[in-house]
Design a binder for this molecule. Structure first.
Ligand code: DGT
Ligand code: MG
Length: 399
């Protein structure tokens, strides 16, 4: 008996970064349920519970067949009592009562609507809900002054809540490449985030920019942003020095060459014809009635269904969230690994590094606490090797 459970456990190792998780998920009915509870926990400032549900979902995503019996789960890691109850409920009744209840709760619905605004986090949404604001019209009627990001988020609410396709991501890639090449020839642009993992849609498009000569990337971001702005491609942008290092997950103290790490959160104005251009080169034009789709999607922000709203939505462009990150070449491999995701895969990599190897991993560096030194790497493969992990390619990091 004991041996048998050990056998199963060795098949599914407990850290997500030790497993290969493709996009082929045989257990979506369970993972959707667990992900929704994770989301609800995260929106309710219960990160611990959130991670527990995410880990449970990730284990089911890594299985090679659908779960049809609880006995199949014997010996699997990361499945706590609560997650098992949810899975059992789904197995027995086709749905989890807790999930259905959460989905229908006014609080969850309001949190979803409000955090659906770019620039609004769980804390802000929570505060508004306490004041009785549950919807976008209520927010607009309230006396709240929104910051610049939130104003842009509200203005482009419908577009930003519509998934970004790979074709749109590629079209934006071409624009970003043009911008970067005209301000720094020789620079390199890499698509990161979910699209690098092979996802077909995403909530944004993420790019990592570097230059093969260390130091040449300094000052690049403002130039790229100016170029994009001058061509009318940006509806909103905020450039920051990466503050991730100061968070609890980063290494204790950044070394001086880390100060260059810059990030730009933006909202792109993607012309419809730019998108069509990429589509044609990829698959020949497949006539997706995207404008029609947008027409029938009722705008939550504006006066629903009025003729003027419909006309306003018939615009020749669409708003898309785009994140740009610039990294010096010496940190490129760490940035690439850190920004490819998934979020859980990243979290598990850092947990593995800290708990199993006494190392601190960030998107900038890997520090070995035992040897008291930084470990260099010029490829993701080298970082996995430093960590004593088998290399997992991006398409298998979909934990
Ligand atoms: P999506 O966009 O919904 O398809 O999903 P992803 O996987 O592209 O997620 P996204 O765009 O939020 O972030 C991409 C990856 O970048 C994510 O897996 C973790 C990482 N990441 C996000 N924000 C930060 C940050 O502030 N600092 C660092 N170091 N990494 C971040
Ligand atoms: Mg993304």
């Amino acid at each position: 008996q004991v041996d048998e459970s050990k056998e199963v456990e060795s098949i599914v190792p407990s850290y997500a970064c030790q497993r290969r998780t493709t996009l082929e998920n045989h257990n979506t009915v369970f993972t959707d349920a667990l992900s929704l509870l994770a989301e609800n926990a995260e929106l309710s400032d219960e990160d611990g519970r959130g991670v527990a549900f995410r880990r449970a979902a990730a284990v089911l995503k890594a299985l090679h067949s659908p779960v049809i019996d609880l006995l199949q789960l014997r010996g699997l890691p990361c499945l706590g009592g609560h997650s098992l109850r949810v899975i059992k409920d789904v197995l027995e009744h086709g749905a989890s009562s807790e999930v259905e209840c959460t989905k229908q709760s006014e609080r969850f619905k309001a949190l979803k609507v409000l955090t659906g605004i770019f620039g609004v986090g769980a804390k802000t949404a929570e505060r508004w809900i306490r004041e009785g604001i549950h919807s976008l019209p209520q927010l607009q009627d309230s006396a709240h002054t929104l910051n610049r990001a939130q104003q842009a988020g509200l203005e482009h609410y419908d577009d930003l809540n519509q998934p970004v396709t790979k074709a749109e991501g590629d079209a934006i890639g071409e624009i970003v490449e043009k911008a970067v090449m005209s301000v720094l020839p020789g620079a390199q642009i890499t698509l990161i985030g979910g699209f690098r993992r092979g996802k077909l849609t995403g909530h944004d498009v993420d790019f990592l920019i570097t230059h093969p000569e260390e130091g040449r990337e300094v000052g690049l971001m403002p130039k790229v942003v100016s170029w994009l702005e001058s061509k009318g491609f940006l509806l909103y942008q905020k450039t920051t020095r990466n503050s991730y290092l100061e968070s609890k997950d980063g290494p204790a103290r950044p070394s001086s060459n880390m100060d260059r790490f810059e990030r730009c959160y933006s909202i792109f104005k993607l012309p419809e014809d730019a998108k069509e251009g990429t589509k044609q080169t990829e698959t020949l034009t497949e006539d997706t009635p995207e404008d029609t789709c947008r027409l029938t999607t009722p705008s939550l922000v504006k006066d629903e269904g009025s003729e003027s709203t419909k006309r306003a939505n018939l615009k020749p462009w669409r708003a898309v969230r785009v994140d740009l990150v610039v990294s010096p070449i010496s940190q490129f491999a760490f940035a690439l690994l850190g920004w490819t995701g998934s979020k859980l895969f990243e979290r598990e990599l850092r947990r593995w590094a800290g708990h199993e190897k006494a190392m601190s991993l960030s998107s900038h560096a890997l520090y070995d606490n035992t040897q008291s030194k930084y470990l260099r790497a010029s490829s993701e493969e080298e970082i996995f090797a430093h960590l004593g992990l088998e290399y997992i390619p991006p398409s298998e990091r979909n934990a």
